[in-house]
Design a protein around this ligand. Structure first.
Ligand SMILES: Nc1ncnc2c1ncn2[C@@H]1O[C@H](COP(=O)(O)OP(=O)(O)O)[C@@H](O)[C@H]1O
Ligand SMILES: [Mg+2]
Length: 589
């Protein structure tokens, strides 16, 4: 067992890994911004020199020399500006490359824990937000802001009063920036939440298109979407109003300030305290000093969005970070042992299944029966590691499933979920689970075992048939059989089938029975949830799950009786289970 400190240290390291290498680049960019800002004084100096030197001496060569020098400096400034923006864009790309795969991994994980798909996909959008921000004017403003004192000092040296006026202006504009932050912070997270709500409804409507159309409720669905959309729009408008108003205010203030500097300069010139060139130079420098604030306020929405997105991504990585790499273990081939597991719904924490224990050896198959909502699916979710257990453990060959690397364990598990959803890919890719070097023979063998090979080769494109989103090109029974082939691919040790025969015809059911027999003869373990007794033909054990407990477990004949009446085994089993408590908790052995 690792101590909590060690795990936290590992997580911190993971987060640091994300930002490592960026810190030195940011220091470099900060320095480069300093150079850019010093070069940005070119305009002001040029004014000063033109008025005070070239015009004063009426010398064309001086004018030409000054102009050439100024152009040279401008070119340098432009060069550094381009370089800075290119570096920022590349930082964005590098960050994207590092974080996007992690964010996607989270997106895959989140729906298991009760999050909507839109909410999960939000992590992917977060990556886009951060990358987009790094390529925008936002970071430029943030890098320029700390160099503002250069311009303040310049105006101060022209005349202390001019410096004071510019400083005052900077102070007021900074207050506006802070006001923008305070006023939009809460709004923008509410807006973000409203956007997720709206997208969740859109997503759910699109997935239920058939139902909406058949029962004529598409109009209602649109109205429900519209209500969410209105709310999002209203929040969005309010946030934009705030930043738009304050942005305009700061722009006008900057112009007023620039003119005031001009006016004050003229006043000082009349009084004989300032040269004519200094008036213009001061005005240019004051404008330049305040422009990053202006830019920051204008971009505040994006700055806030990028900051929250990055925080979310960082939290995500911390959640993902595992303390250490699991040690490789040999493939399981002997037994499955369930030791008093209690399972709670990850979203609500409600306990759905308590204290289930049983044991199976290679070559055995169990049929799980019981009423709807009893906890059968919950049990197999815990067995396959989809949901964590609250107490107790699931062991394969003695080792807890959490000790395995999930990819290695996945190779030893075949799982057919209750709602078969196929991937938007070819049948071949679906059956072989996207394996990079899939063996065609194994794919065909799996399809034959599932009794679906004939059907596939009769499709115009055979195994290469592209299934649409969630396998829409197939019938329910066809999908279920391809799902079964996917579960059988590669002869996994533990095959878990959640109501595999709910959509099957007679032919499909006999293929299923054969498949279960084959799993047993090759020394695998099969767990089959079934409503209809036909699926139980090939199992030797039966478990009864009802009301979140296992109320019976034992040899099929013992639980179901020698000759179960078709369609009634559920009730018979439940009745028998009551008198069979001795076989329940504690296992078969
Ligand atoms: N994701 C979930 N979050 C919370 N409760 C759930 C979730 N899935 C199922 N349940 C609840 O758990 C109980 C058992 O469900 P399930 O295991 O699917 O039953 P079965 O497969 O036996 O029909 C039900 O009462 C159901 O409402
Ligand atoms: Mg179920």
């Amino acid at each position: 067992m690792k101590s909590k400190e060690q795990i936290n240290a590992a997580k911190r390291k993971q987060v640091e890994m994300l930002t490592s290498g960026f810190r030195s680049v940011f220091v470099f960019l900060f320095g480069m911004s300093g150079v850019i800002n010093i070069l940005a004084l070119t305009g002001a100096f040029y004014m000063l020199q033109i008025y005070d030197r070239a015009l004063g001496s009426a010398s064309i060569p001086t004018l030409l020399a000054l102009s050439a020098l100024a152009i040279g400096l401008y070119v340098f400034q432009g060069f550094f500006d381009i370089l800075r923006s290119q570096i920022l864009i590349r930082i964005g790309a590098r960050l994207d490359r590092k974080i996007a795969p992690l964010a996607h991994q989270v997106a895959i994980d989140m729906p298991r824990f009760g999050f909507s798909t839109s909410e999960s996909l939000e992590r992917g959008r977060d990556v886009d937000t951060v990358r987009g921000f790094l390529g925008s004017q936002g970071p430029v403003a943030l890098f320029d802001l700390p160099w503002m004192p250069i311009f303040l000092a310049f105006t101060y040296f022209l005349h202390p009063l001019l410096g004071a006026l510019t400083l005052g202006g900077a102070f007021v504009l900074t207050l506006i920036t802070i006001a923008t932050e305070l006023l939009t912070r809460k709004q923008s997270s509410a807006t973000h939440q409203a956007a997720i709500t709206r997208n969740t409804i859109a997503d759910s409507n699109a997935r239920n298109a058939d139902v909406l159309r058949a029962m004529g409720i598409a109009g209602r669905a649109v109205r429900r979407f519209n209500a969410a959309n209105e709310e999002h729009l209203e929040l969005h408008t309010r946030t934009n109003d705030i930043s738009g108003t304050l942005g305009a205010l700061s722009r006008v203030l900057r112009m007023i300030l620039q003119s005031s500097v001009l006016g004050l300069g003229a006043f000082l010139t009349i009084k004989g305290e300032l040269s004519a060139g200094a008036i213009i130079a001061a005005s240019v420098a004051a404008g330049r000093a305040l422009s990053p604030i202006d830019l920051a306020i204008g971009n505040w929405k994006h700055i806030v969005a990028a900051r929250t997105a990055f925080t979310r991504l960082k939290e995500t990585v911390v959640v993902l970070a595992s303390a250490d790499e699991p040690m490789p273990l040999p493939k399981p081939k002997l037994s499955l042992k369930v030791e008093g597991i209690t399972v709670a719904a990850p979203g609500s924490g409600r306990v759905l299944l308590s204290d289930v224990a049983f044991e199976m050896k290679a070559g055995q198959a169990v049929g799980i029966i019981g009423p709807s909502g009893g906890g059968k699916t919950t049990l197999v979710r815990a067995l396959t590691g989809i949901w964590p257990t609250l107490r107790g453990s699931v062991r394969l060959d003695g080792a807890e499933v959490t000790q395995w690397d999930s990819e290695a364990l996945g190779n030893s598990i075949g799982y057919l979920p209750q709602d078969v959803a196929l991937m938007d890919a070819t049948i071949e890719e679906n059956i072989s689970r996207f394996s990079e070097n899939a063996d065609p023979e194994m794919i065909v063998a799996a399809a034959q075992a599932a009794g679906v090979h004939e059907m596939i080769v009769h499709l115009p494109e055979g195994y290469r048939t592209q299934l649409g989103a969630s396998g829409t090109a197939l019938s329910g029974g066809q999908r279920q059989r391809i799902g079964l082939a996917r579960a059988l691919y590669g002869d996994p040790f533990l095959v878990v089938l959640d109501e595999p025969n709910s959509n099957l015809d007679g032919e499909g059911e006999s293929a299923l029975t054969e498949a279960i027999k084959k799993i047993r003869t090759r020394g695998g373990i099969a767990i089959v949830i079934a409503h209809r007794p036909s699926a139980l033909a090939a199992v030797d054990l039966v478990a009864v799950i009802q009301g979140g407990r296992m109320t019976g477990f034992g040899p099929k004949e013992e639980i179901l009786g020698p000759k179960p009446v078709a369609g009634e085994h559920g009730k018979v089993a439940a009745d028998r289970a009551k008198s069979n408590q001795r076989t329940a908790v504690g296992g078969a052995s």
